[in-house]
Design a protein around this ligand. Sequence first.
Ligand code: PMP
Length: 326
Amino acid sequence: ATWTAEHGWHDAVVREFGPLQLSPAAAVLHYAQEIFEGMKAYRHEDGSVWTFRPEANAARMARSARRLALPELSEEDFIASLTALVQADEKWVPAYGTGETSLYLRPFMFASEAFLGVRPAREVTYSVIASPAGAYFKGGLKPVSLWVSQDYARAGDGGTGAAKCGGNYASSMAGQIEGADHGCDQAVFLDSATHTYIEELGGMNLFFVMKDGRLRTPALTGSILEGITRDSILTLAKDLDLEPVQERIEIQEWKDGVVSGEITEIFACGTAAVVTPVGELRWDGGSAPSGSPEGGGEVTRAIRSTLLDIQYGRATDTRGWMTRLV
Ligand code: PMP
C-alpha cells in the first residue's frame, strides 16, 4: 500500500514477489526512514493457520512509526495485510508436525518519496513479504556464545533503540563482526552512556534465571527493543513459579553470578529463535563460564516449550494470544 500526505493509505494489493520500482532519490536510501516487524504464521493440526499477538506487533509498529516520523497504520489494516498475504500464500505455510517450521512474515514501511531534502517523506510504501522458515536450531539447543561489545553500542539515550528500524541493525553489525572475530556467535550490547548495564543482543532480549526464583530481564530504558517474546515470558513467569523482575542489570553481575551460582540459567528470546540458551561470555581480556548447561537449563526449556505449545496450538490459548489468518 502507498501513503501520501494528500490521500493517506491507499492502493493495497497482493501481488507476486518481485523487484520494487524505486527512484535512486527515494528518501529511505539516503536517510534510512524505515521500520519493520518480524512475525510468524503457524500451521495447526487441523490445517488452520495462526499468528501470535499481532496486536502487539501492530502497536510496536505504530510506536516505531511515530519515532521515525512515518505515518501510522491501524491495527486493523496491519492484521488485514497479514491475512491477505497468508491467504494468497497458504501453500508456503509448512505442514503441522514438521518441527519448528513456520512462514516468517516481514511487514515493513519506508520513505519512497523521491526527495533529497531532509524532512519526513510525503510518500511512503508499506509492504509485507513472507518466507518459509525452518527450525532455527538443527540438532538440539546449543548455547550461543556472546561477545561483550565495549566500543560499539546499538542505541543511545533519546535515539531509536526502542523502535524497530533498520538503522539499529546497521549500527549493531560492527559489534557482531567484532564478536565473530573473537569466535562468538553474537554480541551483547551495553548502555551507551556508562557501558555498564546490559541491554540486549542484536536481535534478541535477555533473561537471567536466579537461584532464588527470580526471572530478571533488563528494564526498558528507551534504548532496548520491547520484544513481544520478552513481554510474553514476563506474563508466563508466574505460571512457572518464577518472579518476573525488570531492572537495570550490570554486566559485572553476569560475570560474578555465573561463577557464584547465583545465576542458574541465561537465555535470549525473540520471534525467530523463540528461546535460546546462552553459553560462554567473552570480552576484551576475559571470559565467564557458560550461563547454561548444554541443551539449555530446565527453566529455559520449560519456557521454550510453553511458548511453542501455544504457538502451534498444542496448548489452550488462555490469554487470547493467537489470531487465525486462514
Ligand atoms: N531485540 C531486538 C533488537 C530485536 O530485533 C528483536 C526481534 N524483533 C527482539 C529484541 C525480540 O523481539 P520479539 O520478541 O518481538 O521478536
